[in-house]
Design a protein around this ligand. Structure first.
Ligand SMILES: [Zn+2]
Length: 393
């Protein structure tokens, strides 16, 4: 929006310069008046022709940017009936989440390795098997790291690439390089909660919602869904500004330079993001998710409401109280994660990360055996309701 306003001011300044030139002509008064009138007429005609071309496109772009911001801020979720909620979550399958989506991710997947490629191919093939029509792209780039130059590959998927606005749902699929303690047998770190389970949840969400997402895309509505599976979230050594978040730093930069809609001079793909929802460190029992940002608090409220509603309907298991997971009354401080490069560029963020971190965080105990299946299923159902309401499915 700020770019549009600058363009508007420079057009007004140009108009003033054209009038100033006429005042400097020295002639008898009648001739001066006539000349000035003719001059003004000519300038007006030329300006009219000019404005009908270039300026009108600038004006529509500015209007587009303003509308985009207004539409984002005023976006209202739909309200599902009890019958709709029940029908919706009946499509979620824990068995499919675990066997089809999660198991192939539970391996070492360091950036640039064969393990990473296998997991990436698994994610891509799952998305391409759906009927909603995902446009899947591998976003590869190389970056210097403490271990030399490494090739990273984000996986991006979008339903309707030309929709003016998009809800972005993200996780990271790389695993951290963790050395086993001295004397212990070599065992790979599979990062079940970090972040194999969040990736599997996203795959299950779009699988369970496949038919609704297909009809959303066919309706050509102004809002669509984008998925991002980031590579290179983890640091190779100590977490620093340059040794971490390789994939998200690259993508945020790239989206900030990508015109959207195609060819637009002043609006970018980054501005098209309504909300950036990031899932991380999910799978341990009794997780706590807190609200990190005031500007997205109303969306955090939707998660609280979805949890309460599903609890009251008896649709959650191993769920002791109606507000077990999402809490606004506690705050344990910010967490550095893949949302940072987007947050720094003004994108609204909903950071869904378990805090405190699971006890097995960044240890070889972050395994399938230590995941709590009912919690994963409950959170998937809550996210289904959230997505259905946000997107109006
Ligand atoms: Zn980690």
């Amino acid at each position: 929006m700020s770019k549009g306003i600058r363009r508007y001011k420079s057009a007004a300044a140009g108009n003033g310069v054209a009038l100033g030139r006429c005042e400097r002509i020295r002639m008898p008064r009648a001739k001066v008046l006539l000349c000035c009138l003719c001059g003004l007429l000519a300038v007006a005609i030329m300006l009219g022709l000019y404005m009908s071309g270039d300026l009108s496109s600038s004006s529509s772009t500015r209007t587009h940017a303003v509308d985009l911001t207004k539409d984002k801020l005023s976006h209202r979720p739909s309200k599902l009936s009890v019958a709709q909620v029940k029908r919706l979550v009946s499509h979620a399958s824990l068995g499919r989440l675990w066997e089809t989506h999660l198991r192939p991710i539970l391996r070492e997947r360091l950036p640039g390795t064969a393990g990473s490629k296998l997991v990436r191919q698994h994610i891509i093939s799952q998305l391409r098997s759906l009927s909603a029509g995902w446009l899947v792209e591998t976003d590869s780039f190389s970056s210097p790291t403490p271990h030399g130059s490494v090739i990273f590959s984000n996986v991006l998927a979008v339903l309707d690439p030309i929709a003016p606005r998009r809800l972005l749902l993200a996780c990271h699929y790389d695993s951290k390089a963790i050395q086993p303690p001295p004397g212990e047998t070599q065992k790979p770190f599979v990062g079940a909660s970090d972040s194999a389970v969040p990736c599997a949840m996203i795959l299950e969400l779009v699988t369970a919602l496949d038919s609704q997402l297909k009809s959303l895309t066919q309706q050509k509505v102004p809002l669509t869904l984008q998925l991002v599976f980031f590579d290179g979230e983890e640091a190779f050594q100590e977490w620093t500004a340059t040794d971490s978040l390789y994939g998200s730093r690259h993508l945020a930069e790239r989206m900030s330079h990508a015109p959207h809609p195609a060819g637009a001079p002043h609006t970018t793909l980054l501005q098209a993001v309504d909300l950036f929802v990031l899932l991380d460190l999910i799978g341990a029992p009794d997780p706590l998710f807190v609200n990190h940002f005031d500007n997205t608090a109303r969306w955090f409220d939707r998660l609280i409401a979805a949890e309460k509603r599903l609890h009251k309907l008896g649709l959650l298991s191993s769920h002791p109280s109606e507000q077990s997971y999402f809490r606004k009354d506690v705050y344990l401080g910010p967490v550095q994660d893949d949302h940072i490069p987007f947050l720094q560029r003004g994108v609204p963020v909903l950071h869904l990360i378990a805090t405190p971190f699971p006890s097995f965080w960044h240890t070889l105990q972050d395994t399938e055996e230590n995941m709590h299946a009912p919690t994963v299923e409950n959170l998937t159902k809550i996210m289904m309701v959230f997505l259905a309401e946000y997107l109006g499915l």
